[in-house]
Design a protein around this ligand. Sequence first.
Ligand SMILES: [Fe+2]
Ligand SMILES: [Fe+2]
Length: 317
Amino acid sequence: MLTPKARGALSAALFETMRSSDPRVVDVEPESADDAAIALWALFELHYRGFDDVEDGMEWHPALLTVRHRLAGDLERRLRERWAPYAVEGRTAAEIGSELFAYIEGHDGPSLARAVQSSADADQVLDLLRWRSVYHLKEADPTAWVVPRLGARAKAALMELQFDEYGNGDPERLHHRLWERGMEAVGLRADYGAYVDEAPLEALEQNNAMSLFGLSRALRGAALGHLAAFEATSSLPSRRMAQGLERLGMAPELVAYYTEHVEADAVHEQLAARDICGVLAQEEPALGPDVFFGAFTCLDLEDRFATHVLGLWEAAA
Ligand SMILES: [Fe+2]
Ligand SMILES: [Fe+2]
């Protein structure tokens, strides 16, 4: 993958310096939210698979870390401002798990899966798949960063969940591999990062929040709360997605990606809320509020993405 298209003065200057052998601190204000989001997305990407036009050694270059620190701090502040702090103290792991489920269930937002199930047309669904692919082509990777930061119980439970996401030892069963096969079967590109230039701001922010949480040890509570909300809002929507894709006569490989998640995420949500988040917040009570912050952020960013996409579909109707 090459560095993405710039979306303003900041990302243009940043990508230019990233591609050079001697990067400089870019001290340019973002021209827009899109400009800041694509810049941060690319800086985070240096920790994943990187870019063909940026040297691998740039991952820890201090000039680039300086820019990342500023943009990541801005993002975290913005995300925290949207959230109403929520305290959990003196609860058992099981109680925290149940409370987290109730918190997630109590959140009501627009549903893209419902629209795909009943009314979206094939072109609209293909657009949605392109935008979702920015994440699904590295599915589960942002959470992998959290593993070495946990105590034994939460770590073992997270590894059980991740092992499933990573195919239980079979490369053909990796969730991002299932996604690739689905994309290829409907004639879309499946190469890593293929559609990042088309991704709307709301999709970039979803990806950036996951990387921010995953890559910051201080935010490990938020990373795992995000995971719990993600898993707990996946099983039923995945069933709706599968039904919608079948309604549109789309390739069985793509339907299979979603049907896999109907079963898998019904198990993952239990692991994530009770055995991972519950245990973490019991063992490290100071992280309890951040578990809920992460869960809220997952739900809120999905609402924003869904509102954006449904707005486009309604405008076209
Ligand atoms: Fe998955
Ligand atoms: Fe999952």
